[in-house]
Ligand binder design. Sequence first.
Ligand code: 26M
Length: 823
Amino acid sequence: GVAEDDVRTACEPEALKRAFLDHLLYTQGKTLEIASHNDIYLAVAYTVRDRLLRRWSHTSSRHKRHGTRTVAYLSAEFLIGPSLGNNLLNLDITDALRETLARLGIDLDELVRREVEPGLGNGGLGRLAACFMDSLATGEIPAIGYGIYYEYGIFFQTVVDGWQVENTDKWLRFGNPWAIHHPEWGVEVKLGGYTEHYTDDVGRFRVRWVPEKTVWGTPFDTPVAGYKVSTVNTLRLWRAEATEEFDFSVFNRGDYLGAVNKKVTSENLTKVLYPNDESHQGKELRLEQQYFFVACALRDMLRILEHRGLPVTEFPRAFAVQLNDTHPAIGVAELMRLLIDEYLVPWEQAWEATRATFAYTNHTLLPEALERWPLELFKSVLPRHLEIIYEINRRFLNEARIRFFGDESRVFRLSLIDESGERYVRMAHLACVGSHAINGVAELHSTLIKEQLLPDFYAMWPEKFDSVTNGVTPRRWVVLSNPGLAALATEALGDEHWIRDWPRIAGLEKHADDAAFIERWQRVKHTNKRSLAALIRDETGVVVNPDSLFDVLVKRIHEYKRQHLAVLHIVTRYHRLKTQRATDMVPRTFIFGGKAAPGYVRAKLMIKLITAVADVVNSDPEVRDLLKVVFLPNFSVSKGQCIYPAAELSEQISLAGKEASGTGNMKFAMNGALTIGTMDGANIEICQEVGAENFFAFGMSADEAQRLLRSGYYPRDLYRDDAELRAAIDLIRGGFFSRGDAGLFEPLTNDLLNEDRYMLLADYASYVECQDRVDAAYRDARQWSRMAVLNCARSGRFSSDRSIAEYARRMWHTSALPDTGHG
Ligand code: 26M
């Protein structure tokens, strides 16, 4: 593809300059003299996009010609982050474009820094989907990501008086140069209504779904380039609008305002991303969103199949559909509906094709996060799908009755319908039954799925269960965010192969004892810390010391993630400083970031607790620079890119057994932060890889935590018996951090003393003791840096390239389709 670059898409400085100026004038309608920052950004982005599109058209025709299996990654969220820097990196035109623009007086790095990112995801799950898209393209695996083109992404967080305030994220305000709208590939999606069963004119039993309404879905395509390969895959996100017929019918009745109103209603469907993760609420609009994008995706795959001249029965050979959690699990019933009702495929054959098509990734064990839809609600939105689910369930339970002869209680537990009280459709059960493969996202998590979440399904189909440990892309999370480290790695390793083959980073290990290398490593870290300190000053006004230990906890705010355990530790340090002249303490800066779901009152109170402690500690002259606490507002992909490279200590302190994997933990390790963490999720595997001597492990194991909970857990006894813990909790509940308002944090402290579901008190002593060992280790800067280098060097397993290779081989049965240049 690259060989055929024409005058429009060539990458030499002259061609880039021509293209940029053309776009500025002919797309933006401006000359350089009057162009705004945004005009320039857009013209640059279009210049880059042209080069993506050239490769993209090649990739599509290559995929069509070879007819290999395409991965369809279905996800309600894709948290892709800013695009410009990443596309330049993957196209390998950063330097050429930087030079070209510099000659025109334009600073490319500033354009990259100021890009506003689309926040089309909540956190880990959405970001994982984005890392996977990068690795699929880099691995040259034919793939399409399917999702929703939300008009409003995750809210923009500000902090007012220490409290989280949500602001709308109108990310499309200045235009989105990366996506191309394709109205011509629009599809109609039915919703609501009822079904009619009838016999058609040749005597076949048929079902007709008579919808209450229809909406029109159109795709916005974003090209996703692999790193220095010619493959460019597609991220295809769907937007809902009113159908034309629908409008016409109302217009004809003369109800103009009614018609406009219905149009507005249709557009509501993809208006906003639900900002809660790990807590399911049975909201009708959410179910409609899920069905909408899945219906669009499957229709689109059928269109592609037809375009390739293949019959519908070839569906599973043409596509491997991966369900990113249960959010798209309705796809199982939708594909069945399409095959049975519309293509008249017999049930058994349709079911076999469906199962061969889908695979399901579970991302959580938390009961409150498991999706269940009240039957009545489900029926009112998807009446035909409910019938199909009943039939899937009837056949499935018959199979189960034979397999588990006489065990009706097991059949009851396996059912796709929860009938223990109000009746629900269990989406995880639907996903399991309709998939040929089910996986967890880290070893421990996969074990717990088999033993605790879905033991009956595991007993029935042990061979379906698998584990694929998450990974993150080293392109964004090292090369783009940490250029200093990237340059050092390239120099030490002699080439850039590590960027596409991350395990080669192991080559740094032999430099871990090299004083000159360690010094350069430390300089890189220090530079990154200074930039983060500048960002912190700009955003919060707090001045932090770049020579202090940067101790970082960034992730969604959740009780199970235990940000308040970190607060108890900080308060303990503060208490020590005030009561003992603890002058040998290592100066630390505690950096927090993360969003709380707007309706999650406790999580918002945790933010207030962090900021309240920060206010007191930061302004106490006695503390000097031994302790600083900052809450950096609006944690996002862009913020992460500034934070991970500057971190020295990565806080991964969830209660063991609760965090499915974690992926921030991997980004920290790759950037040479040491982890203080529980034996939870992928922390266990990180500890294994980097060596226990280079990892600060603390707390109960998942097993120990469960046993303690079952044998009777009494947090108040722990409070009674531990003076430091008591002092910390008493300071908080006595109102010390809330101007004497003793009631403010009571919902948190009372819970810790009485229930403490996430067992902070049980892990507190171990955590504080472990933090003391961190201090001791940090005092020896050489030794600390050595451990940091080893963390990076031994993070080879945690590239999403490895995760994708495992999915490709074990669940998708697909492989790379590299561009040989020979057609
Ligand atoms: C569900 C229903 C309605 C509205 C929103 C949701 C929802 C959205 C996001 C539920 C869960 C969501 O994300 C969960 C998530 O991010 N899980 C994380 O997934 C990561 C990738 O596998 C793991 O590393 C984390 O451990 C896991 O918490």
